[in-house]
Design a protein around this ligand. Structure first.
Ligand SMILES: [Zn+2]
Length: 139
């Protein structure tokens, strides 16, 4: 199967593991144009949230919410975007995208931003420190 999320579960490229939940693997995203941008990848290849029993959907969202709480604990008054997009990668995954006070385009979703803006300027050391802090908050 040629699924980038299944591949990421086996060998995350650029994604920094934060926590392995029962349903999802949580990562700090490679792109940090919004500092703290996390991705939760369902540990099984399922293409649609609605294809799973509601109880499982609830377990998945409870994991998303745990990461959201960690982000808010770390960043304080940040606003969060919760996005479960199915149009490009057909494997259930959630983006948690912090929208900070200095957000250059706070009224819109980030997906139209230029690639370099999505990537951001966070250094590898800062990314590692943030991942360590978030992983500690999720422990
Ligand atoms: Zn997959």
């Amino acid at each position: 199967m040629d699924c980038p999320m299944c591949a990421a579960l086996l060998a995350p490229k650029g994604l920094t593991p934060l926590k392995l939940f029962d349903e999802c693997a949580a990562f700090l995203n490679d792109k940090q144009g919004c500092a703290g941008w996390c991705v939760l990848v369902l540990r099984e290849h399922v293409e649609h949230m609605d294809a799973m029993p509601v109880e499982r959907q609830q377990r998945i969202f409870a994991e998303v919410a745990q990461v959201a709480r960690a982000l808010r604990a770390h960043f304080g008054s940040v606003r969060l975007n919760y996005e479960c997009l199915g149009n490009q990668v057909h494997h259930v995954h959630w983006h948690l995208i912090p929208r900070h006070a200095a957000d250059p385009d706070p009224k819109n979703a980030i997906w139209g931003w230029p690639a370099e803006q999505l990537s951001g300027t966070m250094t590898p050391d800062a990314r590692a420190a943030l991942a360590k802090r978030l992983a500690a908050l999720l422990a």
